[in-house]
Design a protein. Sequence first.
Length: 50
Amino acid sequence: MPQFFVENSHPAIIFKETYQAAQREMERRSQLRGIKSAAGIQTGILFPGK
């Protein structure tokens, strides 16, 4: 079945600048996934004794 890609066929939901900023932020966050702060590594795992 043939498919077609049509640009600018309807009004945009968000501004192009907003979309591009969101894409940059998603890329920035993907770069940080492997980096954890010292406090963040054990957060929710270790609990102080009573």
